[in-house]
Design a protein around this ligand. Sequence first.
Ligand SMILES: Cc1ncc(COP(=O)(O)O)c(C=O)c1O
Length: 447
Amino acid sequence: MGTTHDIPVINAEAAWLPFTGNRAFKDNPAQRTLVSAKGAYYQNAAGQTLFDCLSGLWCTPLGHGHPAIVETLKRQAETLDYGTGFQFSNPQTLRLAERIAERAPAGLDHVFFTNSGSESIDTALKIAIGYHRLRGEATRFRMIGRERGYHGVGFGGVSVGGMVANRKMFAPLMLNGVDHLPHTHNLSEMAFSRGQPKWGAHLADELEKLVALHDASSIAAVIVEPMAGSTGVLAPPEGYLQRLRDICTRHGILLIFDEVICGFGRLGDWFAASRFGVTPDMICFAKTITNGVVPLGGVIVRPEIYQAFMTGPAHAVEFMHGYTYSGHPLAAAVGNTVLDLIDSEGHLQHARALEPVLENAVHALRDESSITDIRNMGLAAAVDLAPIPGQPGLRGYRVFEAGLQKGHLFRVTGDTVAMGPPFIAQPAEIETMTACLRDLIRSVPNH
Ligand SMILES: Cc1ncc(COP(=O)(O)O)c(C=O)c1O
């Protein structure tokens, strides 16, 4: 549960922190400066121990400081700390691609590595455009995203994403020709859903309307998160993803699943595609593959997509795309160890076993008057709080701040509290987390 550390002297002034209220952070930097972590707990510079309610940012489900991962890092740094990924590779990266392809749904078998979710999305969008062009269908340039989608912060990801706060400041930089499906969350039809809502499969048919508007010959790809994470754990309505799949297949449109959160166990399966029984043409992943220890992401594609690029002279580069750290040997070595650990420590089983524990614990909060919705899917859940009139986000922020005092690091976006505990969490810790949330909701001021 964390070790004792000397409390460091903190000067936060020079730092400009991402997705952070920087001025609020700088009011009390010690509380928000994480100095160490072990298992499911952080220690901050104020000496507090905090339960990791969201597994980092959905990325550390095997727990912090895992000895096998630490050992791998050390060994790999001594063996091959870096090697260029352009015209070269290394055994760890090649092996990891093979092992990810083995775990991906049948029919997805080539892996292109990146360093993050955002890079994976931009890569997948480029692959989609390139694929159609190489097949002589360069007219297919449109991308279809979805409202309330989060696909990272690259220009591509923001364009296909559906979070207005992330888009409005950068409106001039949006990609051309992007359209959006409606989101699937409808309180009057699905408030307090456990798992997949029954209502909403028909919303996939909105894609037919976009095809009628733009014509299929101009549409390259549809991208969705099978379960939307960042906008508050929106599980797909039953039948929705299959319907999207069918429409895409009918019109020659590529279907991309953004599994940056879902992939590698969050839904109790290797991929959401396997859990929902729907196979897309590409899967974007990141997060859990290295347990958050070293940045790594990637795109898994169908063989036809890979083969479409394998034209021209064999010595020529087929896809003018890649990152200096694509397939970094340290990241890949950790990725291989994480796959070993998911198998040997039974993490998919843990996630599955904890799913009903989390579901029951969060839905037990239903009688709290300031809660407007509760949702869960896999080892993920979200609670919507009624905004304080005229001050959206304030109630959520107060819950977040008060949570730190109570030893819980909750992830709050606006007035939504998201929870994605580590796979190593004990049922009692999940119960304590939701009991804490109840206390916080009751104790923060209402105005
Ligand atoms: C679904 C999804 N896609 C993409 C991203 C972006 O990933 P990154 O922050 O690694 O760029 C995230 C991050 O939370 C995500 O949840």
